[in-house]
Design a binder for this molecule. Sequence first.
Ligand SMILES: [Mg+2]
Ligand SMILES: [Zn+2]
Length: 185
Amino acid sequence: MDGEPGQNGVDLSQSMRIVRCDQAVEEAVFLAEKVGLFDRDGVLNIDHGYVFKQEKFEWVEGAKEVLIRCREVGYGIGIITNQSGIGRGYYSEAAFLNLMEWVSLEVDVDLVVYCPHAPEADCPGRKPGVRMVEMALQYFGAAGDQAFLVGDKETDIEAASKAGVKAHRFLGGDLREVVKDLGIS
Ligand SMILES: [Mg+2]
Ligand SMILES: [Zn+2]
């Protein structure tokens, strides 16, 4: 079902790197002194439940603007996302990768780290596990205190905290309100 995405990470576009939870991430390919990490579903797009099609990818208000603005002011941008719908057999890994390729054409994202595993697989990458956050920090060559993470669930907050990353809970509305607190406007 899933074609052959990602034995060593797949370059979907010139600017975005996408890495799976069980792959090795290169060190400091793109050095960023400040790193903005975002959960995907419920933060960047409305969480309609297992979104894997472009038609269902509805941007959260202000989300694109936040990604663009963070990058303008020097943040490396990463998306950290549990995608258990793949492991549960609801959609293919290829469908997920295609959707992220489309996202990368909409806005500049430097890195996507995703976990395709169902909860039963007990993957240490799956949030609230810390591995994907650490992978992102490694990629950007940054320490936890140089990063923030925005998530909509307690599991996002937990994963970030384990890596010493300041976490912000987003419960809907306009994503710009969250980053205002970070001094980004
Ligand atoms: Mg979420
Ligand atoms: Zn995983």
